[in-house]
Design a protein around this ligand. Sequence first.
Ligand code: 5GP
Length: 111
Amino acid sequence: MVEPTIFHSILSREVPASIVYEDDEVLAFKDIHPKAKTHLLFIPKHFVASIADVTPETAHIPGMLILKAQRFAQEQGIKGYRLTFHVGKGGGQEVMYLHLHFLSEEKLKAL
Ligand code: 5GP
């Protein structure tokens, strides 16, 4: 049984978020407590709790998130950014729904 997280509620639109990108596989939205000028979170629509839970069946998901972030950055003209996965409580992961942090000191264009 999956314990629903705040990101499940953002995905189902029960909780509002500032969504910047969506397709069949991912949702990307602004982090509510930004740690850079641009701080986004990319989440897969297929639930995985953490990098620690990735299996051979779901191993494509982290790479897919990175590719979506890379394409999003290209479309936005953002040249420099940091991508981070926090893994487990000891790794700073607070929300147990796999997510890729995207941080940049470059601003988003109006979406
Ligand atoms: P973690 O520490 O789990 O890697 O990162 C979770 C991130 O989710 C944090 O940077 C936190 O600010 C962000 N966050 C937590 N709750 C919400 C929320 O309700 N809305 C949005 N947009 N971001 C959230």
